[in-house]
Structure formats: C-alpha cells, structure tokens
Ligand binder design. Structure first.
Ligand code: GDP
Length: 322
C-alpha cells in the first residue's frame, strides 16, 4: 500500500484549499510535482466519476462567461456544487488569457458552492488539455456535482474539451443566418446541444436561428443515434431559458450511457498519451543527423518516404541496446 497522499483526505472531504493546491500540483511541470500529482490522482480516482461534465464553446462575445455564471448560479442555488474550468489556447501560447479570469463571473466566484479555476497558462494546447482533464478528476473527487469546462471557440481546443466531457454545448447568436457560415462544421458536429444566446436582444431572429440550427443538427446526426442534438433559446442576461437548458442536459444524461462514453474517452486518452510518449522515446533513440539526412533524401526524391522510414527503423534497431 502506498502512503496516503497528504492532500488526499482534505481533498476528498471537499476542502477548497486542498483542491486548489492539488490542481496547482497537477499543473506543475516539475518532475517531483508530477509524480506527486499522479500518486494523488491514483488515490482519489476511485471517488471521481460522479459528476456531470459539460463542455461549452462559442465565439468571443457570444456570452459564455455570462451564460456560465447564470447556469452556475441556477445550479448552486439548487444545492449543487459547481466547478468552472477553462481551456484557453491563447494562454497556452502567450501566457496571457483571453478568458477564465475570475472577474468575469463575479457572483459565481463568491458563491460558497462554486469553484472557479482560471485556465492554466504555459505549455502546449495538449498540455493545457491534459491538466484540465486531471483537474476534472480532482474536482469530482472533491465532490463537485457539475463541472463546466469553457473553451474559447476558435481553435482545436473544442475537440479536446469534447473528448473529456459528457456533453458539449455550442452557444450561438440570434443572427445565425450569417453566423452559421462562420461556425466550423467540425464544431457543429461536436455539439450535443446548441443554445441561441442573447435571445432577448432579437426574439424573432432567435426563433429563426433556432429553427435553422435544428435543421443543421438533424442533417449532421447519424441515423439511429441515441441522442438527437437539440437547439434551444436562452438569455444569459435575464436568465430566461436557463432552466430549460439544464432540463435538456438532464434529459441527455438519462438517454446516453455516460459510463460507456467515459470508458471510451479514457481509452482514447490512453492511446493519445501512448502515441506521444512512444514518439518521444523513439526520437530519443535515433541519431538526429541520420534522420535529417534521410529526410533530405526523401525531399530530393532520391529515396521514397517508405524507404526512408524503413532505413531509419533499421538503423535504430541496430543501435539501440536490447
Ligand atoms: P464571452 O466572451 O463569450 O465570455 O462573452 P461575455 O459573457 O463576456 O458577454 C459579452 C457581452 O454580452 C457582455 O457585455 C454581456 O453582458 C453580454 N451578454 C451576454 N449574454 C447576454 C444575453 O443573453 N443578453 C444580452 N442582452 N446580453 C448578453
């Protein structure tokens, strides 16, 4: 039996300070912190898995933080514990965040049943996504019932977030006719639920947008799918439509086999990490000069790509000790 991690008991008791410390540990790139975080994760993992994980995306200005605050307060007022996390690729690149700072959700931030964690800064998108995944496990172990994961809606972070959440929500604006053009088909395909936000600003247009989204979603849904993605209207500002959004989420959690979905997500995640680790370990074992020379040969057309790869593998097999 390994020694209990000092943060395990307070974390499982739901102490926010312990949770915050545990997340900081998981976000650290120092090897001893990483080891410690992995031990902690392994110890608390059996107590994780009981939450609903909701991913949210939408272009900047669509009202994500307002919406998350409205939904978060609605849930917290019902007695649920709500954690809000962010995956922000801009913070991964520059260290500066275009979202995820606490001031964006002033009322939720001070709610005793809410926990808001800004986006981890630094590292690659893959690194940020990995930390967010581990943070989700920590929040669950600390007893949070609903985990809201926000992503900025402009890049590949959506795929990452959809791969770590139970359900993925796309927020759009009432002028969907124009906007639909701008929503990448790939993001629409990830959505289990679309919400036309700011319906208060243009009620008629919001109804039209909802109808258009319904049609688009129907076209994208494979025949026989267990869940048919829905389109709703809401106003994060007035709170109108927020209870209906949550009712839809609950509907989803009753319809879809979430345990199976999470098992599949874990397996995919394992494969991804393995591919990454195998690639790194492979590169560490090859002669960089030889690799460059072979690539140049392939570039110049003197060697086929298959031959180049074959030679590299052969050289590695002969130089790597068994
Ligand atoms: P984000 O960039 O997607 O996080 O968007 P914000 O939540 O910061 O919202 C952008 C602006 O839209 C803010 O001024 C909000 O007050 C406003 N807003 C958000 N939701 C609504 C809504 O439902 N109705 C109206 N009228 N304004 C909203």
């Amino acid at each position: 039996m390994p020694e209990p991690h000092p943060l395990a008991a307070p974390l499982l008791a739901g102490e926010r300070r312990a949770l915050a410390k545990a997340i900081t540990l998981a976000e650290s790139s120092r090897p001893e912190h990483e080891r410690s975080a992995q031990e902690l994760l392994a110890q608390v993992m059996p107590r994780a898995g009981g939450s609903v994980r909701v991913g949210l995306t939408g272009v900047p200005g669509v009202g994500k933080s307002t919406f998350i605050e409205a939904l978060g307060l609605f849930l917290a007022d019902q007695g649920k514990r709500v954690a809000v996390l962010a995956v922000d690729p801009s913070s991964a690149r520059t260290g500066g965040s275009i979202m995820g700072d606490k001031t964006r959700m002033p009322r939720l931030t001070v709610h005793p049943r809410a926990f808001i964690r800004p986006s981890p800064s630094g590292g690659t998108l893959g690194g940020v996504a990995r930390r967010t995944r581990e943070t989700l496990t920590l929040c669950e172990a600390a007893g949070y019932d609903v985990l809201l994961v926000e992503t900025v809606g402009v890049g590949q972070s959506e795929t990452q977030v959809a791969a770590m959440t139970d359900l993925f929500v796309l927020l759009t604006l009432p002028n969907a006719g124009d906007e639909l053009q701008g929503i990448k088909r790939g993001i629409m395909e990830l959505a289990d639920l679309c919400v036309v936000n700011k319906a208060d600003t243009a009620p008629q247009a919001a109804v039209r947008a909802q109808t258009e989204l319904r049609v688009a979603l129907t076209l994208l849904t494979p025949h026989g799918a267990a869940w048919r993605p829905a389109a709703l209207r809401a106003s994060a500002l007035t709170g109108e439509g927020i209870p209906e959004v949550w009712a839809k989420v609950e509907d989803y959690t009753r319809t879809v086999d979430l345990a199976a979905k999470r098992r599949a997500q874990n397996a995919v995640w394992f494969d991804e990490l393995l591919r990454e680790a195998a690639w790194r370990s492979f590169l560490a074992g090859v002669d960089a000069g030889h690799l460059r020379a072979l690539r140049a040969e392939v570039e110049a057309g003197r060697l086929t790509a298959v031959q180049g790869v074959g030679q590299l593998l052969a050289s590695r097999q002969t130089t790597t000790p068994a």
